[in-house]
Structure formats: C-alpha cells, structure tokens
Ligand binder design. Structure first.
Ligand SMILES: [Zn+2]
Length: 71
C-alpha cells in the first residue's frame, strides 16, 4: 500500500551526531493561540535538529480545505 502523505515537509535534516542527513520525526512542542511549534527529532539519535513554527493560517491550509477543525 503506497500511502500518500498529506503534506510534504522536511523529511530529513542533517544531523551532526549521525554525520549525515537523517529522517526526522516531527514532534509537537508548544501550542499557542495563533501558532504551533514543532520540534524535529533525528530518528537515529533522537537529537533535536530544529524547530518549526506553524502559524494558524498555515495550519488551516495544512489540514486541508473543507475540513474545519479545532475546538
Ligand atoms: Zn542523529
């Protein structure tokens, strides 16, 4: 079964500890009224490789049109 990902995000980042680009796991770090902050963790050593802020507008787009969510 070839699943289709809902959105293409950074799927791999360079990890200093692993010495190569590693697949990352997106982890919800903080939820604010107008944005959410995600942490990118290396799937190899679980080191944090970066953060990403997603604004409310982006979230609405990312979650797909026609499917209002929240509350
Ligand atoms: Zn790593």
């Amino acid at each position: 079964m070839s699943g289709r990902f809902e959105s293409l995000r950074a799927s791999s980042l360079y990890c200093r500890r692993c010495g190569q680009a590693m697949p990352v796991r997106e982890r919800l770090l903080l939820v604010l009224p107008d944005k959410e902050i995600y942490d990118y963790l290396c799937t190899g050593c679980a080191d944090s490789l970066g953060e990403r802020e997603v604004t409310a507008g982006e979230l609405l787009r990312a979650r797909g049109a026609g499917r209002p969510r929240g509350r």
